[in-house]
Ligand binder design. Structure first.
Ligand SMILES: Cc1ncc(COP(=O)(O)O)c(C=O)c1O
Length: 398
């Protein structure tokens, strides 16, 4: 089925607006809203603490959600830590790994990272006297794999995004993970823009740590994210936050931490959020990742083709096999915000600005882009409407 009508029926707002801001956050399917409603209406209680049946039920559903997340990315149950979002997950990874570094160790990343996969490593490097190095790449976002191999040699940690939210490029994380493993480097993947859009398997990617948000690809709510921590790191990973729920025993002088994953989740978690995230993942599984990828590819092909015909410069790889469902473009001499405002006047929601990737904008010598980003519920008809508005806009400038 080409037109995703069956899916659109489940997603409030799809009939009312053209929502092309899925990279920022996605719309929420009814089954996700219902799963969270059920928690708040029928078994609203805290987890892990109570003997009463509501708490038992909440604990069961919360832990079942962890299992659904684990299975979805090929992880073990205890390797899944619930957080607030990708940013918190990556900060948690950087803080928890402080103890493994020695002065002068190298962290390798790319110039295309979202600030959330750059700032935590910059701060760590400054604090511990580490060296931060960047794999070379071109203006489309393609990485130079020979340079990657050179830089990864002897590195302590490699942190790479799977998909760029600014350029849409899909990076070769599997190959880079293999290089990192061969060098004994810790491999961290920012999967904020890939989970829920394409297959992500922590073992296939050789990931030791992998971060993502519930509210993007997985169609879950805001306020819930995941940090995958490979079991081998349980002993060296020092939880930055401790307290309620993280202990085996406590004396006035000291404490013993409990086993993962509880060891890494201090305090009351986002229970409804975890349940909503699991419902989002189940919804994605029902649709199938293959269909999602195909639909997004179709939309990207038509969008980039249409923009090319209109001579509107767009960014990211020309090889569309490497281009995820994110199309960044500009309409000179207009500012990206002005283009987004025009599109909003036509009921089309896009993002504009630097997309929390200022080094990418600086590399390209631009102040920002307009970004149309898709999920499976977006249709070709919507893209045609968008291209129609773009045509009018471009004509008005000539
Ligand atoms: C590649 C990438 N990493 C990290 C993030 C941060 O995600 P969040 O705002 O959910 O923490 C984003 C958000 O757009 C992203 O695109």
């Amino acid at each position: 089925m080409k037109i995703p009508d069956d899916i659109r029926r489940d997603i409030p707002l799809t009939g009312e607006v053209i929502y092309f801001d899925n990279t920022a956050t996605s719309l929420t399917p009814r089954p996700v809203i219902e799963a969270m409603d059920e928690y708040y209406l029928k078994y609203r209680a805290n987890v892990h603490r109570g003997v009463h049946r509501l708490s038992q039920m909440a604990t069961q559903k919360y832990e079942e959600s962890r299992k659904i997340v684990a299975d979805f990315i090929g992880a073990k149950f205890e390797e899944i830590v619930f957080t607030k979002n990708t940013s918190e997950s990556l900060n948690l990874a950087a803080l928890g790994l402080e103890g493994v570094f020695r002065k002068g160790d190298r962290i390798v990343t790319t110039p295309y990272e979202h600030h959330s996969d750059l700032l935590p490593w910059q701060r760590l490097a400054e604090k511990l006297g580490l060296k931060l190095e960047f794999i070379k790449g071109d203006d489309e976002g393609n990485l130079d794999l020979a340079d990657a191999e050179k830089k990864i040699k002897g590195a302590k940690l490699v942190a790479i995004q799977h998909v760029s939210n600014a350029l849409g490029v899909i990076h070769e994380v599997e190959e880079l993970g293999k290089m990192a493993k061969e060098e004994g480097a810790i491999f961290v993947v920012d999967a904020a823009q890939s989970v829920g859009h394409m297959e992500v398997d922590v073992n296939r990617l050789h990931a030791d740590f992998l971060a993502f948000s519930g509210h993007k690809g997985p169609l879950g709510p805001t306020g819930i994210g995941v940090l995958y921590i490979r079991e081998e790191f349980f002993d060296v990973f020092e939880p930055p936050f401790i307290g309620g729920g993280t202990i085996e025993d406590v004396e006035l002088c000291c404490y013993t931490l409990t086993e993962p994953p509880e060891r890494f989740e201090a305090g009351t978690p986002n229970i409804g959020g975890a349940i909503g995230l699991a419902a989002g993942i189940e919804y994605i599984q029902k649709i199938g990742l293959e269909r999602i990828e195909k639909q997004e590819h179709r939309l990207v092909k038509r969008t980039t083709g249409g923009l090319t015909e209109l001579e509107v410069p767009w960014y990211g790889p020309r090889n569309l096999k490497k281009h995820a469902g994110v199309v960044s473009f500009n309409v000179p001499p207009l500012h990206p915000h002005d283009v987004a405002a025009v599109l909003d006047d036509h009921n089309i929601m896009v993002r504009s600005g630097h997309h929390c990737a200022l080094p990418v904008m600086k590399k390209l010598g631009i102040n920002g882009t307009v970004r149309a980003s898709f999920h499976v519920y977006n249709s070709l008809d919507e893209v045609e409407t968008f291209l129609g508005v773009m045509e009018e806009l471009v004509k008005s400038l000539r």
